[in-house]
Design a binder for this molecule. Structure first.
Ligand code: PLP
Length: 391
């Protein structure tokens, strides 16, 4: 009999050849500084822990308290089995934080993006989506059967041209991210909302790498771009600077209420554990009171790291976010570059296809605000002399 699973084999040639697999690494510690892997200490420049709050004692205490009060799980979907008071509080707190009417919490932002378009779009609608948009956005839009037209990355001329040629569609959406995490680029979202107004389209922003990272007070893309009465849809992962898990979807009260009662990704999925909700609330409180010093460190580290790579002759992608993306080329060279850094006890994230285009591999570096100055300076001295990137 045919073995149906023979074809489902991962190609690990590069990992075998280099004797190095940078994926599914097993940590023995939390995201402190340093982290521990197989008994050795590493400087962690791979995680999206931008503000360094994942291992913060204030956050851990809030989580412990919530575990005592609420236990491990709600064991059901919020619509059917109930909604602990801490959820409502968190949703409103997050909505207020980004300046929108209401918010709802999905188990993950991937799930939110895959499901959110269902029920809001049909095959008679049209979506313009940034060419570099996250896989979950592409997947979510595709599921609706609507017409999809990619626009060139952050290219407003290209978007406007396409919008001006739009034929007769019931609804038109423009979908993009705020901070593109493999590039470090930031969307000109003020321009996008202006274009949406002019061409009667609905803006949709994924602020996963923007919330807690950009904007004067860390409130994300709407603050960063001075957008005060946003009429579109907003989503963000709570697993990056917010240092927990889950996906928030925010917008007008009416829209969020509609999603709350109709979206399958929400109403048929177990609620996030209450301890996560309590931790998110603590992180928002910390950002509201202490963002300036955390963000100053995050930006200072990005500058030091970027300057060091430029000194060594590496090419970096052009981006204004606190991300340094080193251009490496082929998948092999990208993994090899990450291996060289690993041998110096530095963990980074190599991006190879399908996450990036063919021969456009990058090694991404994010230095969270929890890293000590010593750790960052150790990494910087390695970066100053590194080879193997594209010059
Ligand atoms: C832009 C963007 N959207 C959505 C997600 C998914 O978020 P989550 O990890 O909360 O599912 C990610 C995470 O990689 C992301 O970068």
């Amino acid at each position: 009999m045919k073995n149906y699973f023979d074809e489902f084999v991962v190609d690990k040639q590069i990992a075998l050849k280099l004797d190095f697999n940078p994926y599914y690494r097993i940590f023995e510690s939390g995201l402190g500084d340093p982290v521990s892997i197989e008994g050795n200490e590493f400087i962690n420049l791979a995680s999206n822990n931008y503000l360094g709050l994942a291992d913060d004692n204030r956050v851990k205490d809030a989580i412990k308290e919530a575990a005592d009060r609420y236990g491990a799980s709600l064991c059901g979907t919020p619509i059917a089995t109930g909604y602990a008071s801490v959820y409502k509080k968190c949703e409103q707190e997050l909505a207020d934080f980004v300046g929108l009417g209401d918010a709802v919490l999905f188990p993950s932002c991937y799930q939110a993006n895959c499901e959110i378009f269902t029920g809001l779009l049909t095959k008679d609608d049209l979506v313009f989506i940034d060419h570099f948009a996250h896989a979950s956005l592409v997947s979510g839009v595709k599921r609706t059967g609507c017409r999809i037209r990619p626009f060139l990355h952050n290219d407003m001329k290209n978007l406007e041209k396409q919008l001006s040629l739009t034929g007769k569609y019931k609804r038109v959406f423009v979908v993009t991210e705020s901070v593109f995490s493999t590039e470090g680029s930031i969307a000109p979202f003020d321009k996008i909302t202006e274009l949406c107004n002019a061409y009667n389209a609905v803006p949709f922003i994924d602020d996963s790498h923007g919330i807690g990272v950009i904007g004067k007070n860390g409130k994300g893309i709407l603050e960063e771009k001075g957008i005060s009465s946003y009429k579109g849809i907003y989503v963000a992962s709570l697993g990056k600077a917010i240092a927990h898990a889950g996906g928030m979807v925010a917008g007008s009260r009416e829209l969020i209420d509609y999603i709350r009662y109709t979206n399958p990704g929400l109403i048929y999925s177990t609620a996030l554990p209450p301890v996560i909700i309590a931790g998110i609330l603590k992180v928002i409180e910390i950002i509201k009171t202490g963002y300036e010093s955390l963000s100053n460190r995050m930006w200072e580290y990005k500058k030091l790291i970027t300057d060091a790579f430029l000194e060594s002759g590496c090419s970096l992608s052009k981006g204004d976010a606190p991300i340094t993306s080193v251009i490496c080329g082929s998948a092999h060279d990208t993994v090899l570059f990450a291996k060289k850094l690993f041998q110096e006890n530095i963990i980074t994230t190599p991006f190879i296809p399908p996450s990036v285009p063919h021969n456009d591999g990058r090694v991404r570096i994010i230095a969270g605000a929890n890293l000590s100055g010593d750790s960052v300076m150790k990494a910087v001295s390695v970066f100053r002399n590194i080879s193997g990137c594209k010059g």
